[in-house]
Design a protein around this ligand. Structure first.
Ligand SMILES: *Cc1c(COP(=O)(O)O)cnc(C)c1O
Length: 384
């Protein structure tokens, strides 16, 4: 028995790398905000979700699978893996599924990044990348974006500098294309030159979470670019265009099956649920409807971009389902003022505001609130 006398008890402490992590700030929940400010509904344009209800086939698949949920899911996700292999014309061995693409990013880090090695990426980009390196005890090699022009292209990747930053410690490079949160995309020739320059033993992951929203034919499909390059892999997700954000399914397609195998080894067993697997299979089978929805979003993206430019805001062309408002130091103030008017956006303090392309009605609510904010704040137009 342990003595019960008072003594200095040791305190449980997390690993320094984890203790140093910034706390996760979840996006405001629309229902909570509406209740707080006393309005019937709030508009959430903060998480790049699709402004449509679930696909009918997805709802049917979930209902049909509900009866199987006393069992563990198929850990190998054989049916979904086969459907994806057919969809992308790759072998099942080239695929690795995860509980959302963010978890696949984490698996990639676990599979390839030892303490003291590095992950390279352009910055600003997806917030997960530096956190992953931190937890893994790796270093980050961050290369600033090339500044864009107001009304023209937004800040985008400097692939020449990124290739130069890669050294013998670099195990993983993330290229988010189109980039979250700027919406900009790099084009075929520059990406090919970059891939040619990266050493063959450094894995390049093309994070294409928003690929389905790309309308510029000059922006390459990573799965095509990957072919014949064993150190290249592509990350995709069912969360954005496919509308399954709440179900958590993402996947990696690797040219080299050994890369996919390494990622599969780090899967937390059974983390892709049977509901998620069935829903993803149903979504893939509904691709025509998905394409129609995506087309509606990209049409609305054009309208929203023009409306913002008409208000004097230097919004760049976006290839994703969000737009980037380079509001600089006014970002936090504008985001807070929008929230007070029941519109939730995603501020990046000191840099800009990311606003998801919603339905035309949601976007009109956003534009109305923005007009109100711009006229009621002293500085007037919030152009960068
Ligand atoms: C949303 C997003 C993902 C993946 O999201 P999951 O919901 O985890 O599949 C991956 N990369 C980027 C850049 C994203 O914006």
């Amino acid at each position: 028995m342990r003595p019960t006398a008072l003594r200095r008890s040791p305190v449980v402490s997390a690993r320094p790398a984890v203790a140093a992590m910034p706390a996760y700030r979840p996006g405001r929940n629309a229902a909570d905000l509406a209740r707080e400010i006393g309005v019937p509904t709030a508009v959430k344009l903060a998480s790049n979700e699709l402004p449509f209800p679930p696909l009918p086939a997805v709802l049917a698949a979930i209902a049909a699978t509900a009866a199987e949920t006393t069992r563990y899911p198929d850990n190998g996700a054989a049916v979904l893996t086969r459907a994806l292999a057919d969809r992308y014309d790759v072998a099942p061995q080239q695929l690795a599924l995860g509980c959302g693409a963010v978890t696949v990013c984490q698996q990639l880090t676990q599979a390839f990044v030892d303490p003291g090695t590095s992950i390279a990426f352009g910055w600003r980009s997806f917030e997960m990348y530096p956190l992953l390196a931190q937890v893994a005890g790796g270093r980050t090699q961050q290369v600033p974006l090339v500044p864009g022009t107001p009304g023209g292209t937004a800040d985008t990747f400097d692939l020449t500098a990124l290739a130069a930053a890669v050294d013998e410690t670099t195990r993983l490079v993330f290229v988010c294309n189109p980039n979250n949160p700027t919406g900009t995309a790099v084009r075929r020739a520059e990406l090919e030159t970059f891939l040619d320059a990266v050493p063959a033993d450094t894995l390049v992951v093309l994070d294409e979470a928003y690929r389905e929203f790309v309308t510029d034919p000059g922006v390459p499909d990573g799965v095509e670019l990957m072919r014949g390059r064993p150190n290249v892999a592509v990350l995709r997700t069912f969360s954005k265009a496919w509308g399954l954000a709440g179900l958590r399914v993402g996947y990696l397609i690797a040219e080299d099956p050994a890369v996919a195998d390494a990622v599969r080894r780090t899967l937390v067993p059974f983390s892709v649920s049977s509901l998620a697997q069935a829903a993803a299979v149903a979504a893939l089978a509904s691709e025509d409807e998905v394409r129609e929805r995506v087309a509606a979003v990209t049409t609305e993206r054009t309208r929203l971009t023009a409306a913002l430019r008409g208000r004097g805001i230097g919004v760049a062309d976006s290839q994703a389902n969000f737009v980037w408002l380079p509001l600089g130091e006014r970002t936090v103030e504008v985001a807070a003022a929008l929230e007070a008017r029941a519109v939730i956006t995603r501020p990046f303090p000191g840099e800009g505001l990311r606003v998801t392309v919603g339905s035309p009605a949601e976007d009109d609510v956003f534009l109305g609130a923005l007009d109100d904010v711009l006229t009621s704040t002293a500085a007037g137009v919030a152009g960068a």
